[in-house]
Design a protein around this ligand. Sequence first.
Ligand SMILES: [Fe+2]
Ligand SMILES: [Fe+2]
Length: 260
Amino acid sequence: MLKLLFFGDVVGEAGTEVFARKAPVLRREYGADLIIVNGENSARGNGITRESADALFSAGADLITTGNHCFRRRCDSLFSDPRILRPANYPEGVPGTGICTVDCGRFSLTVINLMGTAFMEPLDNPFSVIDRLLETVSMRNILVDFHAEATAEKRAMGWYLAGRVSAVIGTHTHVQTADEEILRGHTGYLTDAGMTGPSESVLGVRIEDAVTKQRFHTPVHFTEATGSCIINAAVLEIDSISGKCTKIDRVFIKDITKSR
Ligand SMILES: [Fe+2]
Ligand SMILES: [Fe+2]
């Protein structure tokens, strides 16, 4: 039985600090063989940098997925690290890859990062891209991080891949959904894993900035919120022989104060 912890978007300095402190504890608590984390917002001021990725790896992340903010800091060389994925449906010529197989001793797991196109960048059709990618994978243990805005697109992808992959976990909205289930008795599904970051915020951003943006629709420089954090994750058990997800639970921890 392969047990894995999947963390939704880790947001900014506060989220990365909390992840670094708590991920090793949660790995022990849940007996996780593997930790996957979406790190697209892990750098201070958004995006991902070598420094923020290394902080996640040092805390025990085995693989980092990303999304629409992956190239924000122009750290293209980051994506030559096979442990850092960017969505697979970026056009050819973009640095990096959207697929990786992680070997965690007794088990291996193929992880695919994809991005939705509803209300997002017009990347290649994620349904066509995943079909092409799955043709190249012989492994049964497969997890897809579907980084997308629209709930309908995410649930459609979940059902599209039901029985074909072990799990489809959504990211990007920074708000955890409560619809975890196992589709067709095979595929662990959650529309959005949520975020690890400051709770008194709008998706990790300082409340005043987010309200100004929504109220006036003028350009606003977003600053990361401070204060206590939440940790949002999902814990999954996958039968490594059949590739079936046998259990999926959400993790939602509140009121984690900063250590310094
Ligand atoms: Fe994000
Ligand atoms: Fe995103």
